[in-house]
Write a protein that binds this ligand. Structure first.
Ligand SMILES: Nc1ncnc2c1ncn2[C@@H]1O[C@H](COP(=O)(O)OP(=O)(O)OP(=O)(O)O)[C@@H](O)[C@H]1O
Length: 890
């Protein structure tokens, strides 16, 4: 035996000595009884005696009495059970440590079976979680793919409460860890991302890793919820936290004493929650005024339970990951950390192609087509869209002799038409394998599939109109859809909301597909006046406010009743508008002309054209603008971007021209508007028709190199190019250098916080040298070393226009500093320079101070966060006394 034996403390004495502690702390009595019985320390009668005893402490007393009567071995085995099943006897682990318990060799050989309800529940949860998360849904139910065969990492960026980037997360383990926590008191790990960027799949992967014990966490419970379910529970339905956890997740069997729930209440830090799709909550505002839930025993409305969990009023300290569409802001005080999903990087996309296509021939074919179209690459950075494109490609390629992805100007409407074509092609009689593959005829597929397509479209529109993502069997039948139609793949059944045997509920396989079909319904609709196609446009332009969700409740406890909103965001409606624009485009005219009367189609197209042609102008007129340097500046809202997206879908040059004319401001700020690379095609589509010069600020978006490529034709008009915090690499610098040096009109170039290295810095230096009007350049927080620093310094030396250069947060070091010292001597114009946080030591500092004695122009100089020692201070003191033009030295 270990220390216990060495000290010759018998276990009988131990149990006597610590009896009080054991009586007050010991739980999971059944597990003790099961093992004592199985190993014949107890007989059936002993077990019955214990079970007949009324309270838990008395049961423990009885067990202690009995084991002590049975002798030293029984007592030692009793302690051994507590030692072996840590989870069940977690409170007694410190005691075991205190008595320095180590089991004897004989004891180590004895069997202990874990019949503890808590451990059994954990196992059950892991088992069910693994079953539920191992497959990614594909087309309908018929074609599921294993998660591990398709899951590809995506770009995950951390942000602080001021929405400043804190860098990227490299692995899912970091999501639950401490990286990027800006508010330790906050309870929520807030994950944001655009439609289809992979929020649900990210959670699924996390759940799957946990189920296989591959996630680095000590959490032993995991509860997953989709937020939309909270809208489904009946308003009047009151439920307890226990119901919410067990009825709608995994149920604890064999737990007569509620030990699992008690454990969860006592150790909330052992619990992970995932709540997917916070934007999908269709809250009833009246509920918000009901008092908050603070006791786990209270019954309450499910939404209140959710909010109390999220705010930490219930199960404080549990880990909670909440996902939502971009644009839904929560108050920072409830957020622990913030992660934004950015979709596939070019490398991720390559990996995903490999996973999607097993045959090298297909991989090559797809890669060639993608390489030829940066716009398609941009679209495919959203996993949902690449999934549709690749799946459709595979399907159509196997069905038909030739199939190529649509070329250059593919739109989102094209992508969803492709998906619908694949679904509807199931209606076609399969060709005999011996026959040559059939020739693809999209219009025929749609013509044959019109009845079910119209049925699904009607169902989708009805759902959007009443604010629901779900549909019942009854509603499906009312739309004329049959069981065979259900097999096409548009809908999938959902089981998770009905704890009872309620009839099945269905949802569209993705919300964007519901939006697409709703748009289809608007186009097909013969009954109502054409005007009704614009109803969602009107609604979206009215609801311009950034969304504020029920978590106001967490901090204020009271929210004023507002207009009842079916969805927390209007993105679904915006998508419907976008698809409507695409379906009514000239490109789709021949296909749609087969499905709708050409006269009606023409009427609807004219209405849309009239609306879109003026909507940018109207939007801009409604915004506050200010004039600076004789130029009108306006900060647009995300709705502006949606209008541009719609205009691009129409493919109409006329509308684009009229829109370009309507942009009267000389400077447009699109910062924080959630612009992604695919949007740049739409922006370019309009801007290329602009006659006048323009300043464009696109800071803090996600446009990436694909986006810059798409904007290429528009740079000839841009005097201000701000692309800070946009995930750009040197490849974007090539495009910028080529365009900006060709047109030489740029005045401001913002590239702060991207991924520019020395090669990119060389190109920026070229822009500085060759653009005679360039006054402001921001290249801080990139990856520029002394080599790049030298290029930039040399360019600054040659430039007579540069006025403000920001280099903060690179690593140009002393070598870079010396080069800048050279550039500063007698520079005619540079007034504001930041070399802060660049690893410059006293030696570099000395050179800079010396050089500044010959400079009377520099006013503001940032040098903080370098590595200069006190020995450089006299040089700066001397410089200040020498009374150069320097007014601010940091
Ligand atoms: N990391 C990934 N690896 C492979 N495929 C992915 C990944 N993320 C998403 N997908 C594909 O994209 C589809 C849509 O993803 P998902 O449902 O997670 O998006 P979402 O961000 O939750 O969208 P929404 O906000 O509209 O609900 C998935 O069904 C899957 O096919």
């Amino acid at each position: 035996m270990g220390q216990v034996e060495e000290a010759r403390v018998s276990c009988i004495d131990l149990l006597t000595c610590h009896r009080e502690l054991l009586v007050s702390t010991l739980r999971s009595i059944q597990c003790l009884l099961d093992n004592l019985l199985a190993n014949r320390f107890f007989c059936e009668e002993d077990v019955e005696i214990v079970q007949r005893t009324v309270t838990k402490p008395n049961q423990v007393r009885k067990i202690l009495e009995l084991v002590q009567c049975k002798g030293e071995d029984a007592c030692e085995y009793f302690v051994f059970i507590i030692y072996k099943i840590r989870d069940a006897y977690i409170d007694l682990q410190p005691w075991l440590k205190e008595i320095n318990y180590k089991p004897s060799r004989d004891m180590e050989e004895m069997k202990v079976v874990n019949t503890d309800p808590i451990s059994r529940y954990c196992e059950k949860q892991r088992h069910e979680m693994s079953r539920d998360t191992s497959f990614i849904m594909s087309y309908g139910q018929q074609d599921e793919t294993r998660l591990e065969d398709l899951y590809t990492d995506t770009v995950m960026e951390l942000f602080n409460d001021a929405n400043e980037s804190l860098g990227f997360i490299q692995s899912l383990n970091q999501l639950l860890g401490e990286d990027g926590v800006f508010n330790p008191q906050g309870e929520i790990i807030y994950v944001m991302g655009d439609a289809g960027v992979g929020k649900s799949i990210l959670l699924q992967k996390l759940q799957n890793l946990w189920s296989k014990r591959e996630l680095q966490t000590d959490a032993i419970f995991f509860f997953k919820f989709r937020c939309r379910m909270f809208s489904i529970f009946k308003e009047a339905e009151q439920m307890s936290l226990r119901d919410l956890l067990f009825k709608y997740n995994c149920y604890p069997d064999h737990d007569p004493d509620n030990e699992v729930f008690d454990y969860i209440l006592r150790f909330p830090d052992k619990v992970v929650f995932t709540f997917d799709g916070y934007d999908e909550i269709q809250e009833d505002i009246d509920l918000m005024n009901v008092p908050e839930v603070v006791s786990p025993e209270d019954k309450a409305n499910s939404l209140q339970l959710l909010l109390s969990l999220l705010c930490g009023k219930l199960l404080k300290g549990s880990k909670k990951i909440l996902t939502t569409r971009t644009g839904i802001e929560l108050q920072s005080r409830v957020i622990k950390k913030k992660v934004v999903l950015r979709g596939f990087s070019p490398d991720h996309l390559k990996t995903y192609i490999k996973l999607q296509f097993k045959e090298q021939e297909h991989r090559d074919l797809v890669s060639v087509q993608l390489d030829a179209s940066p716009h398609l690459c941009g679209l495919c950075s959203t996993p949902l869209f690449s999934w549709i494109v690749f799946k459709s490609f595979r399907h159509l390629h196997t069905m038909h002799d030739t199939f190529h992805l649509p070329e250059t100007s593919i739109t989102l409407t094209d992508i969803f038409l492709l998906l619908s074509e694949v679904f509807l092609s199931r209606l076609a009689t399969p060709a005999s394998p011996l026959l040559k593959k059939s020739t693809r005829c999209t219009s025929e597929t749609f013509r044959v599939g019109l009845r079910p397509l119209a049925g699904f479209a009607k169902l989708a529109l009805q759902g959007l109109e009443r604010g629901s993502f779900l549909c019942s069997q009854e509603e499906i039948s009312e739309c004329g859809l049959t069981e065979d139609d259900m097999a096409l793949g548009f809908l999938r059944p959902i089981h998770e909301f009905d704890a009872s045997d309620a009839p099945a509920t269905f949802e569209f396989i993705h919300i964007t597909l519901q939006s697409f079909l709703a748009a289809f319904a608007l186009v097909l609709d013969k009954q109502t006046s054409g005007n009704s196609i614009l109803k969602f446009f009107t609604e979206c332009s009215r609801r311009r406010d950034p969304c504020c969700l029920p978590l106001a409740f967490c901090t204020t406890g009271f929210v004023k009743p507002r207009e009842k909103r079916p969805f927390s965001t209007n993105e679904h409606l915006q998508f419907t508008n976008l698809f409507l624009s695409g379906l009514l485009s000239k490109t789709q005219a021949s296909l749609m002309g087969l499905l709708v009367s050409p006269v009606l189609l023409k009427k609807k197209r004219a209405l849309l054209k009239a609306y879109l042609s003026s909507s940018v102008k109207v939007h801009l007129e409604g915004l506050p603008c200010h004039t600076a340097d004789g130029e009108k500046k306006v900060h647009v809202l995300p709705h502006f971007l949606w209008i541009l997206r719609c205009i691009f879908e129409t493919g109409s040059k006329d509308i684009a021209k009229m829109t370009a004319k309507g942009i009267t401001a000389g400077f447009i700020k699109l910062g924080y508007c959630n612009v992604y690379s695919g949007d740049c095609t739409a922006i370019n589509f309009v801007l290329q028709h602009r006659q006048k010069l323009l300043g464009l600020d696109m800071d803090n978006n996600n446009i990436s190199d694909y986006g810059v490529k798409q904007l290429q034709p528009s740079f000839c008009k841009m005097t201000i190019v701000r692309l800070c915090v946009n995930n750009l690499t040197d490849s974007s610098m090539e495009v910028l250098a080529e365009e900006l040096c060709k047109h030489k009109i740029v005045k401001v170039l913002g590239l702060y916080n991207n991924n520019i290295t020395d090669a990119g810095a060389k190109l920026v230096a070229q822009i500085i040298e060759e653009c005679p009007q360039l006054a402001v350049v921001k290249v801080g927080k990139n990856k520029i070393t002394p080599v790049g620093g030298r290029y930039l310094a040399m360019a600054v030396k040659k430039s007579a226009s540069i006025f403000d250069l920001g280099m903060w947060g690179n690593s140009i070091g002393d070598e870079g500093a010396e080069a800048f010292a050279e550039a500063l001597k007698n520079h005619p114009r540079l007034t504001n320079l930041s070399l802060a946080a660049n690893g410059i030591t006293s030696s570099g500092g000395k050179c800079l101070a010396e050089a500044l004695k010959e400079n009377t122009v520099l006013r503001i100089f940032w040098l903080v966060q370098n590595e200069m020692m006190d020995d450089s201070a006299p040089h700066w003191a001397e410089l200040i006394q020498a009374n150069t033009g320097l007014s601010h030295l940091w």
